[in-house]
Every structure is written in structure tokens, then in C-alpha cells.
Ligand binder design. Structure first.
Ligand code: SF4
Length: 318
């Protein structure tokens, strides 16, 4: 049984200007931790919110299927999803969540409030909280502190600990290191790696490909609402196939070797007016006539990487 399976997912925003197809027919499945990368507006955060069923109006999932450990989570009613899945099996650390800690309550009060919200019944609460902060590398004393007494890195650890309180099997982290300085970023990355080694499945949503390279086993590259490339992180970094993935990787600095950094010319398409054909057509150095006419389907790999695919006509045999 595959741990996470997303099939033909469509999540749209119904705005007064028209329908924004933020996630448009996204498919992938994975048993390992995954990183979702892409520029702002590519649909990666909408994908994460769809999995946690927290997309707010005017957004909603209009089609597709999401299976977690064999459970069809979109088919559940809201009450059942809340009781069994949300925060219990899937939790999320939202972008900039550390800034949402309430300044007037101590950390332990905020964590206890969360447990009350979830009608928690189980281990002694003080032991649970103490274990939760230890799990993210902090001492007990942090529980009695107020958010303003904590550094940015400590606050980020606290929000991760809060997300893990109900012992989920999948943790979605949206830009988990943004707004942290480089040393603290490295500490949070090490924490995520350790949690992964301890059995937690991670889904990292980020524009920072270097975090995905460090933490995730698989990667999905999003562009204009579609997943244009999916595969093992190693394979995609070594041999990026989609011209957008290639351009993304050429735009990040490497420590070794001399390499000219490039940028991706042009701007993404307007998701209110999606043109016919490939969505990367206007920015692609390899664009062909066919690309303007037809949107490429997901072209799956054969052999050992059964779940890898690329959406690009360059790889079509027809
Ligand atoms: Fe470029 Fe064509 Fe591939 Fe699109 S389908 S990425 S335009 S080569």
C-alpha cells in the first residue's frame, strides 16, 4: 500500500474575475518524504492545503483523489476527517507559523490549549509536553517561557513540536526555514532529517531546492498549477529533464565548480487565462510547434523508477 497517493487533483479558486486553476490535474504517489518546489503561484501551497482539507473559499477541491495509508481522505465527511485525520495523521507547519504564537501566553499554555481543542485523552499532559519539546531538541524550561523570550529557531521548533503533538504520520511543512538565519536554517534542516529517520513522513513545500536536496527522497516540480516533473530527488538533481526544472537548478548557486547562474526569462502565465498547449511555452528555449498546440501529458519512466514522470513533448516518442 502506498503511503500517500494523489490522483488527478484539481483545486480551483472561484473568484469574481474567473476561475483560477491553482492545482490542475496533479498526480503523484510516494512512500518516502517528498519536496514540492516551484515559484510563487505555482500551486504548491494550494496542494498542501488540499491534502489537509483546509482550502478556504473561494477555493475548493473540484476533482481527484487523495489516499493516505489506503484511506480515501476526500471521501470522508468533515466530522470524520477532523476526528481521525487532521492533526492526528496529517499535520502542517504553516508558513511563518512561529509569528502566530500568542505573545501573552506561555508555551505550555498554548500547547495545553491545543490538546484541549483536540479533546486529548492519554498520557499525563506535563510528560507529553516535556517529551514534545525534547523531540525537537529543546529543554523543559522552554515550556514556561513566553514567545518573546525565545529565538526564531526556538519558536520554529515549538511550532514543529505543536504540529507533532498528536503524533501524525505525515508532516507538511510550508517554507519551514524562511525568515531564519543560515545557522538556524541548518539546525531546523537537521531536526527535520532526524524526525524523518525516526519514521515521520515529510512533505516540504518550498522554493528552496537546497532544502529538498538535503531532506527529501522524492521531488515534485510545480509550474502554473501542474506538476511538470516528479521523481527521486537524486535523479532529478542529477538529470533534470523538464526545461523548467533545468532552469530552476541553473538558478541556484553551487559551492563547487564554476557555473554561471542564469535566471528564467519571462513570467508565469495568468492562471485565469490558461493558453492552449504547454504552460511553459513562452519561456522555454526548446519550444516546438507542437508545444503551442497540445498540453503534454505526464510521460512516465519505465524500468526502476515507476513513479517518475515529466510533462514535456521533448520526451515523447510520438
Ligand atoms: Fe518546452 Fe515544449 Fe517541453 Fe513545454 S513541452 S517544456 S514548450 S519543450
Amino acid at each position: 500500500m502506498t503511503r500517500l497517493e494523489v490522483s488527478n487533483l484539481k483545486a480551483y479558486y472561484f473568484t469574481s474575475k474567473g476561475v483560477v486553476k491553482a492545482v490542475d490535474d496533479v498526480t503523484f504517489s510516494t512512500n518516502e518524504s517528498i519536496g514540492i518546489a516551484g515559484e510563487s503561484g505555482s500551486g504548491k501551497s494550494t496542494l498542501a492545503l488540499s491534502i489537509l482539507r483546509m482550502l478556504q473559499p473561494p477555493g475548493r477541491v473540484v476533482d481527484g483523489k487523495i489516499m493516505l495509508d489506503g484511506i480515501d481522505i476526500l471521501a470522508m465527511d468533515e466530522h470524520e476527517f477532523n476526528a481521525r485525520i487532521r492533526w492526528k495523521r496529517i499535520a502542517m507547519v504553516f508558513q511563518a507559523a512561529m509569528n502566530a504564537l500568542d505573545p501573552v501566553y506561555r508555551v505550555e499554555e498554548q500547547m495545553e490549549e491545543l490538546l484541549r481543542y483536540h479533546d486529548y485523552v492519554g498520557d499525563d499532559v506535563s510528560t507529553l509536553l516535556s517529551n514534545a519539546v525534547k523531540q525537537v531538541g529543546l529543554g523543559d524550561d522552554v515550556l514556561r517561557r513566553y514567545p518573546h523570550e525565545l529565538s526564531g529557531g526556538m519558536k520554529q521548533r515549538i511550532v514543529i513540536a505543536m504540529a507533532l503533538l498528536m503524533k501524525p504520520s505525515l508532516l507538511i511543512a510550508d517554507e519551514p526555514t524562511t525568515a531564519l538565519d543560515v545557522l538556524v536554517q541548518a539546525q531546523i534542516i537537521n531536526l527535520l532529517k532526524r524526525l524523518k529517520r525516526e519514521g515521520l513522513m515529510l512533505m516540504l513545500i518550498t522554493h528552496d531546492l537546497s532544502i529538498i536536496a538535503e531532506v527529501a527522497d522524492r521531488i515534485g516540480i510545480m509550474y502554473a498549477g501542474q506538476m511538470v516533473e516528479f521523481g527521486s530527488t537524486d535523479q532529478v538533481y542529477r538529470e533534470p529533464r523538464h526545461p523548467y526544472t533545468q532552469a530552476l537548478l541553473q538558478s541556484i548557486p553551487r559551492l563547487r565548480g564554476e557555473k554561471r547562474l542564469t535566471y528564467i526569462k519571462g513570467s508565469p502565465i495568468d492562471l485565469l487565462n490558461i493558453p492552449r498547449g504547454c504552460r511553459f511555452y513562452a519561456r522555454c528555449p526548446y519550444a516546438m510547434d507542437k508545444c503551442r498546440e497540445e498540453d503534454p501529458p505526464a510521460l512516465y519512466d519505465g524500468g526502476g523508477n515507476e513513479y517518475g514522470y515529466v510533462r514535456c513533448w521533448l520526451y515523447s516518442r510520438h
